[in-house]
Design a protein around this ligand. Structure first.
Ligand SMILES: NC(=O)c1ccc[n+]([C@@H]2O[C@H](COP(=O)([O-])OP(=O)(O)OC[C@H]3O[C@@H](n4cnc5c(N)ncnc54)[C@H](O)[C@@H]3O)[C@@H](O)[C@H]2O)c1
Length: 339
């Protein structure tokens, strides 16, 4: 059985639907915290056939859409709850996507990151060790490249300059995973995701904030006066990469069974081009408020994806305009904008 943590989240929901459609046996968990509107998390679960009333009454539910998918409400930092999960189910593989995400929030709520991303992650590692899990795949982030100048970012680059607590906890996941691979032979693979966007996307991310402001006639905040670029990656491309890493055999290589891969589009887009693409698909011209750089932010991200391509035969391919159109259509529908 496959454990997916963060199953009510943006990427977790998309991954769960794809793997459940393939008939995989899945236990999904999430604590449904209120970092952003939990209604969106419940709506994603409902889309995957998970009934809210049943979860609220019994703490878990079997999906009505996918009979081999069961969801349980539990937090990573709940040590007894996570131990119980691994006792109740024969978990053979784990995909850890649950985390306190977001760079800016880590400036004001650092301990939320320690609870979920450090304590919670170690709970997962410990259970993987004790229950001889075959493979732990976990979400890392492009933010580990921090203040690095050299582009594109490659897995072999030094990652010693995190620019935020969020980034530091993601890097700590990679170090902790390495330790468990080294000491106990636990196969671990960290995936450094690059700015993920698409339907069911996170309301705290720029594309949602921009859509909300533009559709409601407010100005959008353009940080660093627009002098930023991001390697925007469409959610289905991320999911395809994660799926391959989870389902394909581990690439054979001598030494510690510990790996890290970038998953990104490999073609950075400037923030202003990104905004233009949104304007085009929303059919609205944005009023822009140019501001300075935000603390914790980085100017650019750009993934070198050759390692994933070599080991898993995959590279992300969805172009920005295609992906933004799907996002905007979903956004209008979900938030019921009629025009
Ligand atoms: N979206 C991106 O652009 C991006 C980029 C890089 C890395 N990531 C990483 O990918 C993963 C998924 O991100 P996402 O965009 O889907 O975020 P998300 O916030 O939508 O999903 C995370 C889910 O985990 C749950 N969660 C948080 N803390 C938990 C805990 N302690 N116990 C149980 N559940 C908990 C949340 O309720 C949420 O539903 C995260 O690890 C994130 O750091 C995302």
């Amino acid at each position: 059985m496959l454990l997916i943590t963060g199953a009510a989240g943006f990427i977790g929901h998309a991954l769960t639907n794809v793997l459940a459609t393939l008939g995989e046996e899945i236990i999904g968990i999430d604590n449904l915290n209120d970092y952003y509107d939990p209604a969106l998390k419940w709506a994603r679960l409902a889309d995957a056939g998970v009934d809210r009333a049943t979860v609220e009454l019994h703490g878990e539910a079997v999906s009505r859409r996918f009979p081999r998918y069961r969801f349980r409400k539990v937090g990573l930092e709940d040590r007894a709850g996570i131990n119980q999960l691994f006792t109740d189910f024969k978990i053979t593989k784990v995909c850890n996507l649950a985390a306190q995400a977001g760079v800016r929030y880590s400036l004001t709520n650092p301990l939320a990151y320690v609870d979920s991303n450090v304590t919670g992650f170690v709970n997962i590692l410990e259970n993987c060790r004790q229950h001889q899990v075959e493979h732990l795949v976990y979400a890392s982030s492009s933010s580990v490249y921090g203040l690095n100048d050299k582009v594109p970012f490659a897995e072999s680059d030094p990652v010693e300059q995190p620019a935020s607590l969020y980034a530091a906890t993601k890097r700590s996941n990679e170090l902790l995973a390495h330790t468990y691979s080294h000491l106990y032979g636990l196969p671990t693979t960290g995936l450094r995701f690059f700015t993920v966007y698409g339907p069911w996307g996170r309301p705290d991310m720029a594309y949602s904030l921009f859509s909300d402001a533009m559709l409601n006639g407010r100005s959008i905040k353009v940080f660093n006066h627009g002098e930023m670029s991001r390697d925007f990656t469409y959610v289905a491309d991320i999911v395809e990469g994660v799926k391959r890493v989870l389902l394909q055999p581990l690439p054979l290589r001598p030494g510690v069974p510990n790996r890290v891969y970038n998953i990104g589009n490999g073609s950075p887009v400037s923030l202003l081009t990104f905004i233009e693409t949104m304007e085009e698909h929303l059919g609205i011209r944005a009023e822009k408020e140019y501001l300075g750089m935000q603390p914790g932010d980085v100017e650019k991200t750009f993934a070198d994806t050759s390692a994933l391509e070599q080991d898993y035969g995959y590279r992300a391919a969805t172009d920005l305009s295609t992906g933004i159109k799907v996002f905007v259509d979903w956004y209008r529908e979900y938030y019921r904008y009629t025009s």
